[in-house]
Design a protein around this ligand. Structure first.
Ligand SMILES: O=C(O)CCC(=O)C(=O)O
Ligand SMILES: [Fe+2]
Length: 536
């Protein structure tokens, strides 16, 4: 992450360890307990709309202000049409195994009408997710070879892996401590379209399987199977396998299809926009009972209906910006009122960002008299508006809103933990000339972690507009018309949803993205990350 570019901005994020380090520190979450009857709400109703030949899908709110709608699960029983059965056999087994692997469809199908061509344009951007596997019983360190001492990237315990965004010109080395010295045991030269780099001490004659015992032997066997699988997966799909077989399962949640550019999905939610500012005393921390989904049984819950839009429902249109990676845009996901509220919660500042875009970031912040604190993380429970934004985001992603918060033991009993599957919202601020170079939002969990928890989706919410530069770009998006990148320009309240994983559980290298430098003005946005299967 850092040394190969990285984020150049003021707000340091201790949790956002994009693509390098396997350990994700934890955010403290107050444990909440509530005991009320559970009614399940998720309703999904698909309507094929003939309108303009655009396929539309219609989903209803996961948490109704008006009462339960029906019961449907957030979890996917659907078979993603891009999953194809791959058959393979481990050398030490008698029976073949199968795996439903994501196979990218023909690029011509990414276009509704006539495709501009029938072949993929090779992106100009050559960066990729590098994953480095220590297939040895030694505790190693990974360094980026900068031509000098080397720059430390990651700790690599025996049979574990780590990663970073990198480029084909880069070189790395694996090293081990030898007294006070670093002893290089393996060198890597990054190649185009190759994500996986393995230091195989057994093949290189530095280690013998016969010498392994106990836990090391167990880890050896796990990683050996995984690496064998990775070879088969690459043959079948053309991509490197960045997850862990067999522990990584395909995402448990429903994923939106992205079949062609411009495809639209419609989502209707009862979590309508806030359009008036509620009094401060109504905007305090939510209690557990108040966040409970069954609001109809709790008329005292702060829905704050009188401060919301008069419309009973909010219609959100998701437009497919990219098929691979799957990227969607939703205009007006947030209202101006909500944007102001988020900034207030996250920074303590009372300011309307829409009026600050022409100035430099420093001026906007130092002019603010009402600034009381500077938090860059905002949790769902901070106010009824934050709670509602999470519930709306859940609807957009077709998740039960209870997944995005602490749950009672009877809520979603199919999953074995009660903590939220989403992180707190992370505020990101860029002053002039700041940027966040191309990176991935996923990390690599340790191989012995049974659930293989990982970030599944990223929801970006733009809090201002009108700056020069500052686009979010996807430089590896697959298409048949340009070698350039796909860029999204910030607009107040707009959301961009993309998936960090493929429908088969592999990390999606093509989800690599960058925040372009802000050339004039400043940029504000927040991230909402949802994990599969769990966060913490
Ligand atoms: O600022 C942006 O447009 C993207 C931010 C981002 O990728 C991140 O914070 O991980
Ligand atoms: Fe990111």
């Amino acid at each position: 992450m850092m040394m190969l570019g990285g984020r150049k901005k003021k707000i340091e994020n201790p949790y956002h360890q994009d693509n390098t380090f396997p350990n994700i520190p934890r955010i403290l979450f107050i444990s909440l307990i509530f005991g009320v009857p559970i009614i399940s709400f998720l309703n999904r109703d698909y309507i094929e709309a003939a309108l303009f030949g655009i396929k539309s899908e219609y989903a209803l709110s996961s948490r109704s202000l008006h009462g339960p709608l029906s019961s449907q699960s957030s979890f996917s029983n659907d078979v993603d049409p891009n999953l194809k059965t791959m058959t393979f056999q481990f050398p030490d087994e008698n029976e073949p195994r199968t795996f439903d692997a994501y196979v990218q469809p023909d690029v011509a199908s990414f276009y509704k009408g006539n495709p501009p061509s029938t072949t993929i344009q090779e992106p100009r951007f050559k960066g990729l997710a590098g994953k480095f596997v220590n297939f040895s019983p030694d505790h190693l360190q990974l360094y980026w070879d900068d031509g000098r001492e080397g720059m430390h990237i990651a700790d690599l315990p025996p049979f574990q892996a780590a990663g970073t965004a990198t480029f084909p010109v880069h070189r790395f080395f694996f090293s081990k401590r030898n007294g006070d010295k670093k002893e290089v045991v393996h060198r890597v030269h990054i190649q185009p379209h190759q994500n996986l780099y393995i230091h195989d001490a057994f093949e290189e004659g530095h280690a013998k399987v016969e010498d392994l015992t106990g836990e090391l032997l167990e880890l050896y066997n796990l990683q050996k199977k995984n690496l064998y699988f990775a070879k088969e997966y690459r043959k079948f799909t053309g991509r490197d396998w960045l997850s862990f077989y067999p522990a990584t399962k395909k995402p448990i949640y429903k994923m939106w299809n992205a079949d062609y550019f411009g495809q639209q999905h419609w989502v209707t939610t009862t979590e309508t926009h806030f359009v008036l500012e509620p009094p401060e005393d109504l905007l305090t921390q939510m209690t557990h009972d108040e966040m409970f989904r069954d609001r109809i049984q709790h008329p005292d819950i702060r829905n704050l209906t009188e401060y919301r839009s008069k419309e009973p429902l909010l219609n959100m249109t998701m437009t497919v910006l990219s098929v691979s990676p799957r990227v969607f845009e939703v205009k007006s996901f947030l209202s101006q009122q909500e944007v102001d509220h988020i900034v207030h919660m996250a920074t303590g500042m009372k300011l309307s960002l829409s009026t600050t875009s022409a100035t430099d970031g420093k001026d906007a912040t130092s002019n603010s008299k009402s600034r009381t604190s500077h938090n860059s993380w905002v949790g769902r429970a901070r106010s009824p508006i934050m709670d509602s934004i999470y519930a709306r985001a859940a609807d957009l992603m077709r998740l039960d809103e209870a997944l995005l918060r602490q749950r009672h033991k009877d809520e979603i009993p199919e999953i074995d933990h009660r903590s939220s599957n989403a992180e707190d919202l992370q505020l990101v601020h860029y002053a002039r000339s700041e940027e966040y170079t191309a990176h991935h939002d996923f990390t690599y969990p340790p191989i012995h972690s049974r659930g293989q928890p990982a970030r599944w989706s990223t929801l970006l919410l733009y809090l201002n507009q009108g700056m020069e530069g500052g686009d979010t770009c996807f430089p590896k998006y697959v298409n048949a018309e340009t070698t350039g990148k796909l860029c999204v320009t910030p607009e107040i309240g707009k959301a961009v949803l993309f998936y960090d994983q493929l429908p088969d559980g592999n990390m999606d290298d093509f989800s690599q993205h960058a925040a372009e430098p802000v050339r004039k003005g400043e940029k504000w946005l927040i991230n909402l990350w949802t994990w599969n299967p769990r966060f913490r």
